[in-house]
Design a protein around this ligand. Sequence first.
Ligand code: SF4
Length: 163
Amino acid sequence: ARGKILVSACLMGHAVRYDGKAKPLRHASLDRWQAEGRLVTICPEMSAGMPVPRPPAEIAGGRSGGDVLSGEARVVEATGGDITEGFRQAAENALKLALETGCTHALLIDGSPSCGSRMIYDGGFSGRKHEGEGVAAALLRRNGIRVFADHEIEALAAEIDGS
Ligand code: SF4
């Protein structure tokens, strides 16, 4: 059987982002995978009980979600709260669902402190990004899931549908 694809809920049109909005992606491959029953949708942050809307959060004191998993960085809210444990739980929920449902790949919204896989914000809440991944993306990758950003859907399609 062909592997399934874990997908960010906001990318599928669910209004679950911190700002109460969705960020839907329109693409023929996505429609086809959905028709084939290959998409597994999750919002990691909502799965960990975070409300909508919620304060924006960024990874601080480290470069990436991997630093959060190893305890070297924290996830902080713009309002000052420390939400590191919630983000760890969110990542674990995403990994558990991916493994339970047979996901080999993930397509996640870039830039998020959970779902980002190429770029994340730098922790200063000033709109600056740097290369890095969110906590959920980091945990998925550590466990062998191939993670692609929303803007890499063509590469994902080539990898899983090609040849
Ligand atoms: Fe979207 Fe992921 Fe943020 Fe949920 S945690 S709103 S799925 S980017």
